[in-house]
Design a protein around this ligand. Sequence first.
Ligand SMILES: O=C(O)[C@H](O)COP(=O)(O)O
Length: 399
Amino acid sequence: MKYAIIIPDGAADEPLAELGGKTPLEAAATPNMDRIAQMGRIGLVRTVPDGFESGSDVATMSLLGYDPAVYHTGRAPLEAAAQSIPLDPTDWVFRCNLVTTRGGLMKDHSAGGISNVDARQLLVDLAEVLKEPGFEIYHGVSYRNLMVYRGSQDFELKTKPPHEIPEEPAEKWLPTGTGSDILRRMTETSAKLFANHPINVARRQAGINEATQIWLWGQGHAPAMPKFAERFGVAKGCMITGVDLLRGLASLLGWDCHEVDGMTSFHDTNYIGQGIDTAKMLDKYDLVLSHVESPDEASHQADWKTKIEAIEAIDNHVVGPVLAKMQSYPDWRIMVLPDHPTNISTRKHGYAPTLFAIAGTGVKAAGAKAYSEPIADASGLKLDKGHELMEFFLRSSGG
Ligand SMILES: O=C(O)[C@H](O)COP(=O)(O)O
């Protein structure tokens, strides 16, 4: 059996007045996702259990079949696995965003979708002036960086993802708790260094958001997760993604990662290349997961037009070719699901269950007309435990 999973990150949403009461998924032309819903089953799944902050770390872990209540130790350690950063059990990893604040408000969690080149330079310069012992900085993808702490300081912290506090006073959400004074000092140091940094001067002149400071959150220790093959008996898995979070999860699960030329975490990504390569990898692997970050990033900017374009590009260039490829195998199953909703109206991740559609061998059509949140809701199929979805996809699907 061949399995394909496609994740349009954050594509699920709420109805929008700008779209005549439709969600972006309903407003977008998605003939291939619709076809999957028509051929098989559509439903809802709660990927963010109670007590967790909605985000791809929790939601993707769930949909991969791992209960966050058991395996989630924080977002940053999952991203550290992507870079093979060696971690002792007592080491801490923090997500270190580059963000834009203005007038004391959190304006942009991504510092204008900062390039890798600009981000890396700012962090190299920051590392030179940071005087806190035990901290190391690692550049990741764009604004998504890490800080590792190796030392005896204890942390008992409350931190906040910057994409969850758009337009809110940044000060109000700075880290609190044991060890927070160190994080606050490093944040202040970054703000001073970045204020007139040549990279920011150039960004100001170009009219794009500056990286005004770092923002530390998502901390935790290294997780321990059983390999996917042991857990589900599907031998060879492959991840295709533009972000370290999913690369890290893949490495913890014992999967390979495949990199696509020109793949980014924004709408400038190479959708066509990702579709071609996902289809190609299916010949080599039992399961291929192809993740596209762009709908989530557009949602965080409240940019519904780009969100719709991103959804349509994923449908046309990734879902279409992958579905065609799947149908060339004797036994196959495909699943399309946003990991969580990201709502244009709030610019934040949502907590509502997300939609999924599954088609393929042994999955009987249940009469759905299209791929959308209201149709998924009306289907009556709802999984309350997100980590049970993988078993459902691999083996039953109610077929
Ligand atoms: O910080 C990030 O990488 C993203 O903006 C958060 O969104 P995600 O949880 O959907 O990746």
